[in-house]
Design a protein around this ligand. Structure first.
Ligand SMILES: *Cc1c(COP(=O)(O)O)cnc(C)c1O
Length: 432
């Protein structure tokens, strides 16, 4: 929850150093795991000042913890945001991002090209809060415009969409949400700030599943919400959580009092306090370890993905490959604008022989692990239609790029030649 940013340093330096000064108590060079629930107040006045938000400090680890705070500063810095709040999972981050914006009867306009779990969360679960989502094809800019109504409080998309192959034209969508005075939330999980910088492209908020590439080794779940600090929450009465007096903190108006840190402070002082979707310090530690090598891993993920996707595209047993890093992709021309260092490590391909052949292929792969995860150093495979996207209707599966004949790969950092050899033998088994 720091405003500290060091714009002059490069990404590779910041991914190692941002938020991680030597420990003030011991000089420890690595960020210690502050495995504590509570923090001793200097005296009663100090305690009162902390509870009144008059002084920033540590009270209780549901709200703040120094290990988690180091990670928050690091992620905010890498995304070029004013502040960040970490939480227990990517799905928690999505609820935490919407929570200050929404109210019963309000809606979010969302892309049809989203992670399957997000389609579920937005289609069904958020209705219990009286919120709703309108799903729109984000390539149809007129449809996006038309979907925004007086009750819309957020526009939501992914930068490079999971399960792969789709890149959102973020500046075009940001222009529409700006005109409407509505914040644009971009899920940057698949791209990471190394490949894509949504705030520079016009996003108000960025959400992450830190479970994936940011941690990078499949050890812990986590999420983050980064605020650009640029949105004017007080332009009208649409965002009272941030612009109107907050009764729980003796009438403080978050935006007026905290300016660019309003959303971040609200996320901690109200969001984490009352929803309790807190990241624990152990998880923050693993993610801090992972982020140190983010750029190195992402460069290799991209390099390997291009090699594997190119090989698959030229194989007669494969119907098509949807990877925006291939010149054949309809989204290839967005790479230079949206994610100039590459289209990520995630894509799908269609196996000749449909659903049955996909299931055989998944069973025959040896290096690729069959898991419901992505963004690991290990290569992963999943047949979305029978797993992550199983609960969706056939139309939703198709729209999300998870049709029954399609397999999703999350390309790891192994030797590309070994990955290709594994796919070669599995395709032989699948299409025999
Ligand atoms: C995994 C994922 C999520 C959900 O994150 P969890 O950490 O599993 O809760 C959200 N969005 C995208 C793009 C994801 O890949």
């Amino acid at each position: 929850m720091s405003t500290e940013t060091e714009p002059k340093l490069g990404f590779d330096t910041l991914q190692v150093h941002a938020g991680a000064d030597p420990d003030p108590a011991t000089g420890a060079r690595q960020v210690p795991i502050y495995q504590t629930t509570a923090y001793v107040f200097r005296d009663a006045d100090h305690a009162a000042a902390l509870f009144n938000l008059q002084e920033v400090g540590y009270i209780y680890s549901r709200l703040t913890n120094p290990t988690v705070a180091a990670l928050q500063t690091r992620i905010a810095t890498l995304e070029g945001g004013a502040g960040a709040v970490c939480c227990s999972s990517g799905h928690a981050a999505q609820i935490m991002a919407l929570f200050p914006l929404m109210a019963p009867g309000k809606n979010v306009v969302a892309s049809t090209k989203l992670y399957g779990g997000t389609v579920q969360q937005f289609s069904n679960t958020i209705r219990k809060f009286g919120w709703s989502a309108k799903f729109v094809d984000f390539d149809d800019l007129d449809a996006v415009k038309a979907a925004i109504d007086d009750d819309t409080r957020a526009v939501f998309c992914e930068s490079v969409a999971n399960p792969g192959g789709y890149i959102t034209d973020i500046p075009a969508i940001a222009a529409i949400s700006d005109d409407a005075g509505i914040p644009l939330i971009v899920d940057n999980t698949s791209a990471t700030p190394y490949l894509c910088r949504p705030i520079e492209l016009g996003a108000t908020l960025v959400v992450h599943s830190t479970t994936k590439y940011l941690t990078g080794n499949g050890t812990v779940t986590g999420g983050a919400i980064v605020d650009s600090g640029k949105f004017n929450w007080s332009a009208n009465d649409k965002f009272p959580s941030l612009s109107a007096p907050e009764p729980a903190y003796h009438g403080i108006k978050f935006h007026e009092a905290l300016g660019p840190m309003a959303f971040t402070f609200h996320g901690i002082a109200v969001g984490l306090r009352d929803l309790g979707m807190t990241m624990n310090p152990q998880a923050a530690h693993y993610t801090l370890m992972g982020i140190e090598t983010l750029s190195l891993r992402m460069a290799r993920h991209v390099e390997n993905a291009v090699k594997v996707a190119t090989w698959l595209e030229n194989d007669p047993r494969v119907d098509f490959v949807t990877y925006a890093g291939l010149p054949s992709s309809p989204y290839h021309d967005r790479v230079a604008k949206i994610c100039p260092k590459g289209a990520g490590g995630l894509f799908t391909f269609a196996v000749k022989g449909g659903y049955e052949a996909c299931v055989k292929l998944v069973n025959a792969l040896k290096i690729f692990s069959h898991v419901a995860n992505l963004g690991d150093t290990r290569s992963l495979v999943i047949h979305s239609a029978s797993t992550t996207h199983r609960q969706l209707t056939p139309e939703q599966q198709e729209a999300a790029g998870a049709a029954p004949n399609v397999v999703r790969l999350s390309i790891g950092i192994e030797d590309a030649a070994d990955l290709i050899a594994d796919l070669d033998q599995a395709l032989a088994a699948a299409t025999a």
